[in-house]
Write a protein that binds this ligand. Sequence first.
Ligand code: NAD
Length: 389
Amino acid sequence: MLIGIPKEILSEEKRVAATPETVRKYIDLGFEVAVESSAGEGIAISDDDYSLAGATIATDVERLLAESDMVLKVKQPVFNQRLDKHEVNLLRDGSILITFLHPAAPESHDIVKRLSDKNITALTMDGIPRISRAQRMDALSSMSTVTGYKSVIMAANQLPTFIPMIGTAIGTIKPAKFLVVGAGVVGLQAIATAKRLGGIVKAIDIRNDACTEAGSLGAKVVEFDIPQELAVGKGGYAKALEDEWIEIEQHLIGPHLEEADVVILSALVPGEVAPILVTEKMVAKMKPGSVIMDISIDQGGNCEVTEAGRFSQRLGVNICGIQNIPGRMAVHASWLYANNIYYYVENLFKNGVGELDLKDEIVINSLVTHRSTIHHQGSLKAMRGGLSN
Ligand code: NAD
């Protein structure tokens, strides 16, 4: 069974779905692996490195995708300008595709339909349940860890000030103040990174468990007295708040926002549009030169005035709406992702190479299309709701 690893063609995407380390592991499992020439360029892995690991190098991506039984990617298939063909049309009918698809998002519906029409068995890496058996496959958590760290580094780069307290002959420079809104995987990593840099960190979340974790990392927790039955739902995940509670939270955040140098916004309820916790009026009261990193931008953002895909300046505040943050730290993001996807494939074929285990809970949760049928419940629900493009 041939695994194909194409070079990612989405603009500025440097990650790759396999490293020489995982190529070796696939071969040990009994797969063959073909890698598109220069696929590892963005993370300084050469074709020779992949060859030495046992992969063949493909110079013709059309042939590679047409011959592969299973294609592993990082991002969803897109239109290939050079070939004037959509990547889905380059896949072989009946083959398997594993990548991030975000199938419930309206902008993904066209891809999901194309994959179904082409009889592709499509599996999405964002569908892996957060159960202990799936921890090594949890690509969302891996990418969020990268994002939490990198978002603080990107903010530091924008700041016209030091982050740690610095003693000088002139006097003492005070440390930068951080506010982290949403202490999930992104937020907790952001807290840890900001603390390591010497910042003073406050955090707020609606789940008591998240607040406890934020506190244990050294953040001062902003108390939000919200009944947990309103904030926490099935499986311990956050619930979407009613408008009146969002307003209370905005009032609570306001004073902390005004004194912050950096605000990391990563509040999200799975499957929902991100709550607006920072309005334009609140931005207007922030310090000039301060930075907002709106990490939840893929789900609409937590700040009312974030512009998706770019850094913008609003009312003297630098607001970041950059979406693909892990792609900016491609070496470790690829190492994590390549291993996540390897463990996913190992589980998928635990009954033997070529024998898909479609009854496994992890696979059921991540299956998007199979035998020309859309299986993903979130995607079907969103399509029925008329959200499809
Ligand atoms: P997560 O589910 O682990 O954490 C979200 C946290 O937000 C939870 O702790 C939840 O309790 C909290 N929350 C929900 N509603 C809140 C509210 N009203 N106030 C305060 N906290 C609230 O998710 P994550 O992995 O940390 O990801 C967070 C966001 O970052 C998501 O939108 C995700 O898509 C995004 N993300 C972006 C990138 C990027 O490159 N831009 C990369 C990874 C993740």
